[in-house]
Design a protein around this ligand. Structure first.
Ligand code: IVH
Length: 711
């Protein structure tokens, strides 16, 4: 009996063991398969399985990894989904500085460079590698033993931000390298060096960029000006899960290290392609100046068919030995140069100038032109910036204007074809009255902008004030959002910020607005259902707890930004003292000058504003500093940048708050501009090293309390 049960137990344990072993094998197999599928899909553009099958394998791996925490691997394909953790970037010193390239704009400049190389190499034969100049965000990737260990942005060229977690979510960047070893030699060393860096560009493909901007437009969020800004904003996000969702891509163009495979730059990149990196297909080795021009001319038009933005061609002397012989100037290598494409330009007729009034009252003239194709889109409007801009071109209605689209998405007028101006054409006269409310426009001396002074009753300005009031850094009424505020304004329920606090359930329920289909966007209906209304009213009720300094920012006194509002709140402690303050008293506050002081006085001299403040106060908003906020404040750390690192006797949030309360600014990474590092226990060794290297003082928690007069 005993024997039998022992035997069964052993059998059970053995089969358990087998199962564990099988699962571990399966994890390894799945990781390899998924790395390969990623590579086929994102680098080669040749997937061999469908999305569903891919997801299926990924889920299987996720499940198995959850059951085998001992197999955790930061470079597993499952790590590409990112996380929502708020990680502060640390700064890293580049092993090799990230230099930029000298720019050229015409064939003569290219010829001069070619001659200078010839001379520098004393007549020796040389080859030039021609490649695309990608218009994104440069990145330096470090691989050790075939695994991605670090990804750092260019930063100031000497130090960059460590964005490894974010970069890992970019599918075309291999986390683990393929090592094609000769099939007959199982013990061959991998073809990649044990440690190397590879540099390239992170890009947002055009298609992803256009989709993202369309979504942002629908959500009434500010648009990205171009894919470069979108890629950069995305990569610097603190949420790697957001980065993962943005479908960034990466092309690599520069291999660095002590033991590179070959002397040729082109050959090294071709080898790197076999390790799994995405390398431009368009790269070409040439010898003569004419071949360089041919390459430039071919890609000047062909680049429009590429999935990502390019803004020129990079020319590099191919041999690394010759590169070393040529060396560097202070800023850039002598062995390479960038040729920038000319911005595309078309000529079209100016039909009319219309005027847009912004949320701050700024009036912007807009050129309405005959529709024309430019860099892949139809252009019919362009900004004219301001009155001086119109004057500088002496614009007339009916003029033929040159329109360009450079790196930016918004086209601009760069000139007029005077030969085509018809006799009797009328000069453009800048509008004198606001097209929205009819008020006479104003322009301050020494300022280029024209504005509508009717800030209390001009519709776009009222909407601007309402939107500012609900903003995240103001009252944070995120249940309302810009779209809904506009509806409430349009239906007459909210005409000023105090009206939010009079809204009732029955007024809001059932409000509906149809946004007709336009510019290819489908019809949209926004309706206030029960749940929406409950959320709105709960948000409004909660906002009554928002501290005084934010309320002061939210009410929208011109020139009183977030920081000035904080300083004013701490100095005057309540709205009564602030509203009664004289110009001199106001100017006692750090950073408050004539312009801000006059604006505050003007605000409280206006009976309409006073009425709004009275109503908000009655509604229960905070118009004085809470006890604990006021007491501890000082100007001891005024203008100082502080980096907090380590563990303290109180929470880090409280420490950071104290820094702000005493006028300091919290910054996340150490630079030469940091005034001091406030170090708790277990301060990060990297940070300590960096502070010491830059000579930034390191201050203990106790010293800090003494500094601000707390002990
Ligand atoms: S090579 C030392 N190759 O252009 C030279 N750069 O101002 C290292 N760029 O910061 C750069 N495409 O971000 C190189 N094919 C290419 C490039 C390229 C784009 C960017 C890169 C660099 C800037 C040069």
């Amino acid at each position: 009996m005993y024997l039998c049960s022992f035997y069964l137990k052993k059998q059970y344990l053995c089969s358990q063991n087998d199962k564990e072993m099988d699962e571990i094998q399966r994890i390894k197999q799945l990781r390899q398969e998924l790395h390969e599928h990623n590579y086929r899909y994102y680098v080669l553009n040749q997937p061999t399985i469908g999305d569903q099958d891919f997801d299926f394998l990924m889920h299987e791996l996720q499940d198995l990894e959850a059951r085998h925490p001992e197999m955790a691997d930061p470079n597993s394909p499952t790590q590409r989904v990112g996380s929502d953790l708020n990680a502060e970037f640390t700064q890293v010193t580049h092993k090799y500085p990230m230099l930029s390239l000298a720019n050229t704009y015409n064939e003569q400049d290219v010829a001069d460079w070619y001659e200078s190389v010839k001379k520098g190499l004393a007549g020796e034969d040389f080859e030039v590698c021609c490649e695309m100049k990608y218009d994104g965000l440069s990145i330096s990737l470090t691989y050790v033993d075939g695994r991605l260990t670090q990804a750092v942005t260019r930063g100031d060229g000497v130090h960059g931000d460590d964005v490894t977690a974010n970069v890992k979510t970019i599918r075309s960047i291999p986390l683990v390298l393929a090592a094609p070893a000769p099939a007959d030699d199982l013990f061959a060393t991998p073809s990649y060096p044990r440690e190397f860096e590879i540099r390239g560009e992170i890009l947002m493909p055009w298609a992803v960029f256009e989709k993202l901007n369309k979504e942002r437009e629908e959500a009434e969020e500010p648009l990205f000006a171009n894919p470069r800004n979108a890629a950069s904003g995305t990569l610097k996000s603190q949420k790697s899960s957001l980065v993962a969702s943005r479908q960034l891509d990466a092309y690599l163009y520069y291999l660095l290290g002590e033991e590179l495979p070959a002397d040729g730059h082109f050959e090294n990149l071709e080898t790197a392609r076999s390790w799994g990196f995405k390398i431009s297909e368009g790269m070409k080795k040439v010898k003569t100046l004419q071949q360089i021009y041919d390459f430039i001319n071919y890609w000047d038009t062909e680049r429009k068919n590429l999935p990502v933005a390019t803004d020129g061609i990079v020319l590099k002397v191919n041999s690394l030995r010759q590169q070393r012989a040529l060396g560097f100037t202070a800023k850039s290598p002598r062995w390479a140069i960038a040729y920038k494409f000319k911005a595309e330009r078309v000529c079209t007729r100016l039909n009319e100038v219309t005027y847009q009034v912004g949320r701050t009252g700024a009036v912007t003239p807009v050129a309405n032109m005959d529709p024309v194709q430019l860099a892949g889109t139809t252009v019919k409007r362009a900004t004219l910036n301001n009155e001086d801009f119109i004057r500088s071109f002496d614009l007339h209605i009916g003029d033929y204007v040159f329109v360009e689209k450079g790196g930016e998405i918004i086209p601009k007028i760069v000139g007029v074809d005077l030969d085509k101006r018809l006799p009797g054409a009328q000069p453009v006269k800048f509008v004198t009255h606001c097209p929205e409310c009819g008020s006479e426009l104003r322009r301050n001396e020494d300022e280029a902008g024209t504005f509508c002074p009717n800030d209390m009753h001009c519709p776009p300005q009222i909407k601007g004030k309402l939107e500012h009031f609900i903003g995240r850094k103001a009252m944070n009424l995120d249940s309302l959002g810009e779209g809904k505020v506009e509806i409430l304004y349009d239906c007459g329920l909210v005409k000023n910020i105090a009206d939010f606090y009079d809204l009732t359930f029955s007024q809001l329920l059932g409000i509906e607005k149809r946004f007709p289909a336009e510019d290819g966007k489908p019809e949209r209906v926004v309706s206030f259902r029960e749940k929406t209304v409950e959320n709105i009213l709960a948000g409004i009720a909660q906002s009554k707890q928002v501290p005084f300094e934010r309320v002061l920012f939210a009410i929208g006194i011109r020139y009183v930004g977030e920081t000035t509002a904080k300083k004013l709140a701490r100095f005057f402690k309540n709205i009564d003292a602030l509203s009664a303050a004289t110009r001199e008293e106001l100017m006692e506050v750090n950073d408050v000058g004539d312009r801000v002081a006059d604006s505050i006085i003007g605000y409280f001299n206006n009976p309409e504003n006073l009425e709004i403040v009275i109503r908000l106060r009655k509604a229960g908003l905070q118009f004085e500093m809470a006890e604990d906020e006021g007491v501890a404040s000082s100007d001891e750390l005024q203008g100082k940048s502080v980096v907090v690192s380590g563990v303290f006797t109180i929470s880090r949030d409280d420490i950071k708050k104290m820094i702000e309360q005493h006028g300091g600014k919290n910054v996340s990474s150490i630079s030469k501009n940091t005034d001091f590092v406030l170090a708790g226990e277990k301060m990060g060794p990297e940070k300590r090293k960096k502070a010491e290297a830059l000579g930034v003082p390191i201050i203990s928690e106790e010293e800090f309390y003494k500094m601000i007069g707390a002990i």
